[in-house]
Design a protein around this ligand. Sequence first.
Ligand SMILES: [Mg+2]
Length: 212
Amino acid sequence: MNANHRTLLEPLRMLAPGSIRPDSIGFDFDGVIADIAEAFIRIACRDYGYCSITPEDICSFQLEQCLPIDPVVVESIFTAILDDSITTDLKPIDGAIATLTRLSRLAPVTIITARPEQRPVLDWLEFHCPPQTLRRIELIVTGDHDNKESFIRACNLHHFIDDRARTCRHLAEAGLEPIVYSQPWNHNRHELPSVANWQELAGLVDFRGEGS
Ligand SMILES: [Mg+2]
């Protein structure tokens, strides 16, 4: 890629501060709101003796492709987390609950997850969110990583934040404006706008309605 090409592409990777309307953005759950990598790494060590995994080692959604770990163990750990996100102590990502709470005062908060079961996510949200935030959350479970577009459109959302590069690329091709939540497993897999953390994400949202 030459310098001119890079200059032309670069603006596509950025969004203006305060440019996203609170009612136009939706959120993925695992890897964006909930720190599923932390839970996976902790359980892999505690229950299965795989104690040298770091988040940076997780280079793909198919963990067994980049980690020296038995695929059956990978499946068992994810099943445990997805079945019961409270007992497995799935933690919020720093800043997620505070920013969602702030957003919830301005607009309903829509969470669209590819998880198959709604109850464990609802239990988790009830555990971690203040009641006034919880009341404003709409949770949609799609059971499929590749069908979020129709749900995003049905909710009249234009932006969607997700940690799966393939999901974000698909949404961009469909004319929506996805934002990649940066994680080791999506690095160098996209040319889309991204945020490194919830502070950066909050900076993109138009919070001017807060004072009114
Ligand atoms: Mg995710």
